[in-house]
Design a protein around this ligand. Structure first.
Ligand code: SF4
Ligand code: SF4
Length: 303
């Protein structure tokens, strides 16, 4: 049996802002809603989402013997999240100006697990951050961290939605589990729905990925071209407008300091970059996974 207090202290020492703990149990209602979303085709070309449903909605199917999940969140809000001039031709989502969160959060989870192993040498489990079929956002709700906003992202009362998640799936029980977050605090607000340029935010906190700029620029080639509204990697529009993000504090963990300022990069400057200078500038950021040519191809021809 692991102490929840020890887990939360280890998470804080590793640099996380929030940590909640939930039992590893099947999330059947979430699974049903996800299946309905898939059946309507809103995942468009993200066909990998059709696979591994058993694992995605039951941590014990992903990690044999899993009993508990510690869901950790770290805020990354910076001035970039306040948005761009609408006409800016080369917008980058604010998380992408930072060091790649897969690397940073994995290393934070490693620190957290090491701290716990000092107290529990037989600790067994695995760590994840957006790297496996695991329903991170729903687990975060179960762990009491926040609710799913209309834009389908986790919104936390303290830090809004500019948070990144990491999970430690543990094969031990924990002495105290957090109470799941009940309901939504979006109220009558529809700011994200109104801000989304492609009308991608549907009723029921669902996204039509075929209309989402972020999906087009990050996850897939923009084959059926949509208007990217100046975004060349990701899109923050449904987050910059959110009242919870407007009042959230700036990030505290220095590892999420932006490594460059996209507001100083004109369309011409992006186009002038050769592969070598692109790698020099962005090798530590998520932009590297996309690569220079794909990012430059997202710049509107008229710019
Ligand atoms: S990321 Fe952009 S395009 Fe996608 S839902 Fe949010 S506002 Fe709409
Ligand atoms: S903008 Fe409004 S509706 Fe959208 S997630 Fe934030 S609070 Fe909810």
């Amino acid at each position: 049996m692991i102490s929840s207090e020890h887990i939360k202290r280890a998470a804080a020492e590793a640099g996380f802002d929030l940590c909640g703990i939930t039992a590893a149990k099947p999330l059947l209602r979430n699974r049903e809603a996800f299946v309905r979303w898939i059946e309507k085709g809103y995942h468009s070309s993200l066909s990998y989402l059709e696979r591994n449903l058993d694992k995605r909605f039951d941590a014990a199917q992903l990690v044999e013997g899993a009993r508990s999940v510690a869901v950790c969140a770290v805020g990354y809000k910076s001035s970039l999240g306040e948005g761009y001039e609408p006409s800016w031709p080369a917008k980058v989502a604010s998380y992408a100006a930072c060091e790649d969160y897969h690397t940073v959060i994995k290393s934070m989870l490693r620190v957290m697990a090491d701290r716990l192993r000092e107290l529990y040498p037989d600790l067994r489990g695995r760590m994840f951050t957006d790297s496996a079929p695991l329903c991170e956002k729903q687990l975060a709700v179960e762990a009491g961290l926040g609710w799913i906003g209309r834009q389908s992202l986790l919104v936390t009362p303290e830090l809004g939605s500019f948070v990144l998640l990491g999970e430690l799936v543990l094969c031990d029980e924990v002495d105290c589990y957090d109470t799941p977050f009940e309901g939504s605090r979006c109220g009558t607000c529809r700011a994200c729905v109104d801000a989304c340029p492609g009308g991608a935010i549907l009723d029921g906190c669902m996204i039509d990925t075929s209309r989402c700029i972020s999906c087009h620029t990050v996850e897939r080639q923009p084959d059926n071209r949509i208007d990217l509204h100046g975004w060349i990697f990701g899109c923050d529009m449904c987050q910059s407008c959110c009242p919870y993000n407007r009042r959230a504090p700036q990030h505290r963990n220095r590892r999420f300091d932006p490594l460059f300022d996209p507001r100083s990069m004109t369309a011409r400057r992006w186009r002038m970059l050769d592969e070598e200078s692109f790698a020099e500038l962005f090798s530590r950021t998520p932009l590297m996974r996309s690569g220079r040519s794909r990012i430059v191809a997202n710049i509107d021809d008229g710019e």
